[in-house]
Design a protein around this ligand. Structure first.
Ligand code: SIN
Ligand code: FE
Length: 291
């Protein structure tokens, strides 16, 4: 079962001893969650008005694209949008500070991807089953193939009332894969090219992306699996931070409002133990290369 391993970090760019750096890489790569109960992201006084779900318009979150530095999914006037962007950029920088001190072995290869702000209450939110993150899943996104790269995410609960963000954590990736793989169709020849030509995918959808997307969908679609799979609940309190490989760890977010999240991508070759990557696990089970 997925473990939650606590580290006593209190400052985002705090010096971290080598033994703890070692532990951190191992915890993440083996598919457990790194939890920093005393690491809170400081909101500034003028961030207060951001704590209204309306800044996300009709969507569930606002995101900040690191390449174009532009906001997506936000709603507000110029002053509000500037403040929102400022807060998200501060979070992006803080999370990077933490990663540099905690995971220096990832320094080469690590790419900072999207930052998101999640001001909408999860419980009771209406979405399609495919977008319903209250169902256990591993992360995989239809329009953004990652071609085998890892998805490492830093979450911080910034709920002003101190309310927790409640997750469920499921069974280990290899178990999930062994359960669903036998029934998954192979990618259709030529389909990746068509998806890319039509602009449905941002880049080539590899066989790896195909299988990860299928896993994501089959997990969410299977209500019996959702209730019967081995799992545990965990509540991350307001003012805490956690980090997880969300492509490897089966997770669901059940309730909570106001979180910041920063995504990182990492090539499998930059891992300390590449054999623990979903890419390598799927390749082992399928007996073929997937990228
Ligand atoms: C998810 O990645 O499934 C959602 C996590 C969250 O917003 O807490
Ligand atoms: Fe997810």
């Amino acid at each position: 079962m997925t473990d939650i391993v606590t580290l006593p970090v209190t400052i985002w760019d705090q010096h971290i001893a080598e033994a703890e750096q070692d532990l951190a890489v191992d915890v993440l790569e083996r598919g457990d969650v790194l939890f920093f109960p005393q690491l809170s992201f400081p909101m500034q006084e003028d961030d207060g008005y951001l704590l209204s779900p309306t800044v996300a318009g009709d969507g569930k979150n606002v995101s900040l694209d690191p390449a174009t530095r532009s906001l997506r999914g936000s709603r507000g006037n110029d002053v509000e949008l500037r403040g929102l962007k400022n807060m998200m950029q501060r979070f992006a920088a803080s999370s990077l500070g933490l990663i540099r001190k905690l995971l220096p072995c990832y320094e080469t290869g690590l790419e900072q991807a999207r930052t998101s702000f999640r001001p909408v209450e999860i419980a009771g939110r209406r979405t399609s089953w495919r977008k319903d993150d209250t169902r256990l899943h591993v992360d995989s996104f239809p329009s953004s193939p990652i071609q085998g790269k890892r998805i490492l995410r830093v979450f911080s609960n910034v709920n002003p009332r101190g309310e927790s963000r409640d997750w469920r954590l499921g069974e280990p990736f290899e178990q999930v894969a062994r359960r669903f793989l036998p029934a998954l169709p192979a990618p259709l020849w030529g389909s990746a090219r068509v998806l890319n030509l039509l602009g449905i995918t941002k880049r080539h959808r590899t066989a790896y992306d195909h299988y990860m997307l299928q896993l994501h969908d089959r997990m969410k679609a299977d209500l019996e699996y959702q209730s019967q799979a081995a799992q545990r609940a965990y509540a991350f309190p307001g003012g805490s931070t956690w980090m997880v490989y969300s492509d490897l760890v089966s997770h669901a977010a059940m309730r909570g409002q106001y979180a910041l999240e920063q995504t990182y991508h990492l090539p499998v070759s930059a891992m300390r133990d590449p054999s623990r990557a979903p890419l390598r696990i799927l390749e082992k089970l399928l007996g073929r290369e997937l990228t």
